[in-house]
Design a protein around this ligand. Structure first.
Ligand code: NAP
Length: 247
């Protein structure tokens, strides 16, 4: 019997990068998966097809995590299709890097609204279902750069540090509810998010990572899979998957 047979998961930003590997890992263990995305339906459809090849149900749903109404529609559609929600992975995230003196109001607002507002919107709308079920796993994707200084990322760092505060306080509120909430924090991981970085910058980053390499999305997905399959007594915690970058 697969570990997540009969369970239902929403993975925000499940169409590419880390979210894609999380969606595949959950689907491989038998979960029904909602592959959320914002713009690129083709990529989301490919992930759905891969999950269905594991003999697990899956559907792609477009919704901007920064938009409470769109997420409400996604949650309604999820419940209509699957009837329950056991796992929420708040993975969708963006970066709009600029030094603080050049940071535009739009770049600040977009990153905070997506990375931190998105966690609020999805959790706010999924939680009533989990509370009714008296069980659920919420996993927020943080970042090493929410824990250590990162030049040009005041907006991104603030959003990811905010996720730490939200997660701990919510875990306290949910202590007796049967719903856990934790963070999986990747370090530098090979995805499209890093594709704009010049090679010499990537070399400098690698040199600062004790394990001397970037992470793979699959390695981050393993942390999420662990929490939702073996993490029954883990809440309010952060698992760092970063090659030792934040030691
Ligand atoms: P990515 O490759 O750029 O993929 C981002 C995913 O999020 C895509 O599926 C994208 O869908 C979706 N998305 C973006 N904005 C969205 C929105 N407003 N609503 C719904 N979905 C949205 O990013 P990634 O590197 O996998 O990052 C995933 C998470 O890991 C993020 O929270 C990021 O901050 C975190 N993280 C990444 C790294 C890294 O080095 N890669 C390090 C630490 C933390 P569309 O294609 O449809 O837009």
């Amino acid at each position: 019997m697969r570990k997540l047979e009969g369970k239902v998961a929403i993975v925000t930003g499940g169409s590419r990068g880390i979210g894609r590997d999380i969606a595949l890992a959950l689907g491989k263990e038998g979960a029904g998966v909602v592959v959320n995305y914002a713009r690129n339906q083709d990529e989301a459809d490919k992930v759905v097809a891969e999950i269905m090849a594991y003999d697990s149900p899956a559907v792609a749903i477009r919704a901007n995590v920064a938009n409470h109404e769109e997420i409400a529609e996604m949650v309604t559609a999820t419940l209509e299709k699957f009837g329950r929600i056991d796992i929420l992975v708040n993975n969708a995230g963006i970066n709009r890097d600029k030094s603080f003196k050049n940071m535009t109001v739009d770049a600040w607002n977009e990153v905070i609204a997506t990375n931190l507002g998105g966690v609020f919107n999805c959790t706010h709308l999924v939680l009533p279902t989990m509370l009714n079920q008296k069980s659920g796993f919420i996993v927020n994707i943080g970042s090493a750069n929410g824990q250590v200084a990162s030049f040009g990322q005041t907006n991104y760092s603030a959003s990811k540090a905010g996720i730490i505060g939200l997660t701990r306080s919510l875990a306290l509120e949910l202590g007796r509810s049967g719903v856990t909430v934790n963070i999986v924090s990747p370090g530098f991981t090979s995805t499209d998010m890093l594709s704009g970085m010049p090679d010499d910058v990537l070399d400098k980053i690698r040199a600062k990572i004790p394990m001397n390499r970037l992470g793979a999305a699959e390695e981050v997905a393993k942390g999420v899979l662990f929490l939702v399959t073996e993490g029954s007594y883990i809440t309010g915690q952060q698992i760092n998957i970063n090659g030792g970058y934040t030691m």
